[in-house]
Design a protein around this ligand. Structure first.
Ligand SMILES: Cc1cc2nc3c(=O)[nH]c(=O)nc-3n(C[C@H](O)[C@H](O)[C@H](O)COP(=O)(O)O)c2cc1C
Length: 224
């Protein structure tokens, strides 16, 4: 039977020298080698940034599906396609560089496109617990890369890390809460610290690839 695909999301603006692309490729190749009949779906927001949302997008998104005009359906087509990929995936790997202490604008545009009422979340009407995520749980490997280091918990630049906390919040919001983070530091410094960080990230990806779903969940919990 055909398996559901691995969704590969890349957000780096670089194509040739990107560390996150190198690692999503490493993971995707390992996935294909370990899962017979597996396939990949490539969502490259780095080279093909989703459209920034406009008034007509918002009007269409908040109009009930049955009342939408053909123009509104067209307005939402890109969003619908990306949401379908998220629902359809067996698992997801995301490669995300830190740009100016947060995520690249093209990835924020992706989240603005896919976070939609009635599609990826709902309002519950319960003041204590107002939102219900709608994407079914599935493993998500979140690969990030930074130019310097020190952004981790208790480290000197933790207060400047708007990357993983923001990504984690958005992913949880839509139901993708089974996240295993893998980060490479010191990419701009190069040298030994970078090489060690890169090697550790690759090893970690290999461990994730060789682990069962429960073990991956445990890895994510340890590293979060
Ligand atoms: C526009 C831009 C902004 C960046 N901002 C930061 C930053 O705020 N902090 C940091 O540590 N590195 C920063 N970097 C370095 C990148 O995070 C680093 O080069 C990373 O490896 C890029 O991912 P990639 O190798 O997949 O392209 C920035 C790089 C670019 C191009």
């Amino acid at each position: 039977m055909k398996k559901k695909p691995l969704l590969v999301i890349n957000a780096s603006g670089r194509v040739t020298r990107s560390v996150t692309r190198r690692l999503t490729k490493h993971f995707a190749e390992g996935w294909l080698a370990r899962h017979p009949n597996a396939s990949l779906v490539d969502r490259d927001v780095g080279t093909h940034p989703p459209t920034a949302i406009t008034e007509s997008f918002i009007a269409a998104a908040f109009t009930p599906a049955s009342a939408r005009t053909p123009e509104m359906h067209l307005e939402l087509a890109q969003s619908d396609a990306m949401i379908h990929e998220l629902f359809d995936a067996e698992a997801i790997v995301m490669g995300v560089p830190m740009y100016n202490f947060g995520m690249p604008a093209q990835l924020k545009a992706f989240f603005d496109q896919i976070i939609r009422v009635g599609r990826t979340f709902n309002f519950t009407g319960d003041a204590e617990n107002p939102y219900q995520p709608l994407i079914p749980p599935k493993p998500l490997v979140l690969i990030t890369s930074t130019g310097t280091g020190g952004y981790g918990p208790g480290e000197p630049y933790e207060h400047l890390n708007f990357l993983e906390p923001h990504l984690t919040s958005l992913l949880h919001f839509v139901g993708l809460s089974n996240i295993t983070p893998v980060r490479v530091d010191f990419e701009e410094h190069k040298g030994e610290a970078f090489e060690r960080s890169l090697a550790e990230a690759q090893e970690r990806l290999d461990v994730i690839l060789g682990s069962s779903a429960d073990e991956v969940e445990a890895l994510g919990a340890v590293a979060a």
